[in-house]
Design a protein around this ligand. Structure first.
Ligand SMILES: NC(=O)c1ccc[n+]([C@@H]2O[C@H](COP(=O)([O-])OP(=O)(O)OC[C@H]3O[C@@H](n4cnc5c(N)ncnc54)[C@H](OP(=O)(O)O)[C@@H]3O)[C@@H](O)[C@H]2O)c1
Length: 337
């Protein structure tokens, strides 16, 4: 699912061009058009149809490699590529919480990228691994970042309604998900809880100190194709009004916007005023799937405030996120060697 998004987003890209594709031994040696069961509505780009799919081994691959491997294999394969000198921009979970691996959202914590230099030194690699967060973490953290930076977070509760494309292809059996809600996604709640604190942590002395707030996540799979919706409640360290929070969202800009990185959303957070938005049906593709759409901000009788956030899981939560990481890296000279 994510590999196809990469291929699609790389078509006509101003900075990067798809040159090499690799997957499991099931696909290796086949033309991409035969190996891949293309599930996107946009047609498969012509340029890649005849690419012969490689085995997942370094050597013939270009310097910059985007990884969306199954997490059963990503851990070792990504290390092998980084040791061989490749810049691995990964979407898999295996290395996200390694202390010397940047876990990045360029609109939130671009300064954490400097961890990659420590990583290269400590591991003696010619290349490096840089990661983006879990697809559920992205929308949550994008919506929290302006609050943490201005007012300080104390507590966060998040309940997700996650799309089926988040489970990869072919994903869940129809009989499990049809007309159903599944209140369990293995490992997801733990990922959201740890990654959120790392992403919103402070970078100092070549390490990241996790944010000093607590996060509790409930993750559910629902019968939506793409787009993770989240109900979020928060309490803050500072006394603020609803207007302060709305203003923090509306005015939020960061490095990708300042540098005009290609495909960075002009408005990373879009606030919907209607009482029944955001909705997958109308808001999923805001800013080409790169914006986080929020709404329904109101007081919370248990914590202080509550709201809804929506984010595209295979674009902002996966391939689009990794591409933006690579653009940040290019803009800082990490790809110049
Ligand atoms: N879907 C999402 O919304 C999402 C969001 C964020 C992060 N992620 C993460 O991104 C990764 C990919 O997710 P996905 O949804 O795209 O999964 P997917 O559709 O199941 O694709 C997994 C890919 O891994 C390849 N693979 C499996 N075993 C391999 C092996 N032994 N050697 C080399 N390649 C192998 C598969 O190759 P074949 O094509 O040959 O089978 C396939 O291309 C996962 O780690 C997932 O947790 C997914």
């Amino acid at each position: 699912m994510v590999g196809q998004r990469f291929v699609s987003l790389l078509e006509h890209h101003p900075w990067f061009e798809a040159k090499w594709l690799a997957a499991s031994e099931r696909s290796a040696g086949k033309p991409y058009a035969e190996a891949c069961n293309w599930r996107l509505r946009d047609p498969m780009p012509k340029a890649v149809r005849e690419f012969s799919v490689h085995e997942c081994k370094p050597g013939s691959a270009p310097q910059l490699v985007f990884s969306s491997l199954d997490s059963k294999v990503a851990g070792e394969v990504e290390k092998e590529f980084a040791a061989a000198g490749h810049v691995v921009v990964s979407n898999s979970s295996n290395h996200r919480m390694d202390p010397d691996v940047p876990l990045l959202i360029p609109d939130v914590n671009p300064e954490h990228l400097a961890l990659a230099r420590t990583q290269k030194q400590q591991r003696g690699w010619k290349g490096m691994i840089v990661t983006n967060p879990n697809c559920t973490t992205v929308g949550l953290v994008m919506s929290l970042a302006p609050f943490e930076k201005r007012f300080g977070l104390e507590k966060v509760m998040m309940t997700s309604m996650q799309a089926v494309s988040g489970a990869g292809y072919p994903g869940l059996p129809t009989l499990d998900i049809l007309a159903n809600v599944i209140p369990y996604i293995g490992g997801e709640e733990e990922k959201v809880e740890c990654e959120t604190r790392k992403l919103l942590g402070k970078f100092a002395d070549a390490q990241v100190k996790p944010g000093d707030f607590s996060v509790s996540a409930h993750c559910n799979r629902v019968m939506v194709e793409d787009g993770h919706t989240e109900s979020i409640s928060i309490s803050l360290k500072t006394k603020v009004t609803l207007e302060d929070l709305l203003e923090a969202w509306r005015t939020y800009r960061s490095v990708p916007q300042e540098r005009g990185l290609p495909s960075a959303p002009e408005h990373p957070i879009i606030v919907r005023e209607e009482r029944d938005r955001p909705q997958v049906k109308f808001d999923l593709n805001a800013e080409h799937g790169m914006a986080t759409v929020v709404g329904r901000l109101r007081p919370c009788p248990v914590l202080q405030f509550k709201y809804t956030a929506l984010s595209h899981n295979t674009i902002r939560g996966a391939a689009g996120a990794a591409l933006l990481n690579a653009k940040l890296m290019k803009s800082e000279g990490y790809l110049d060697y």
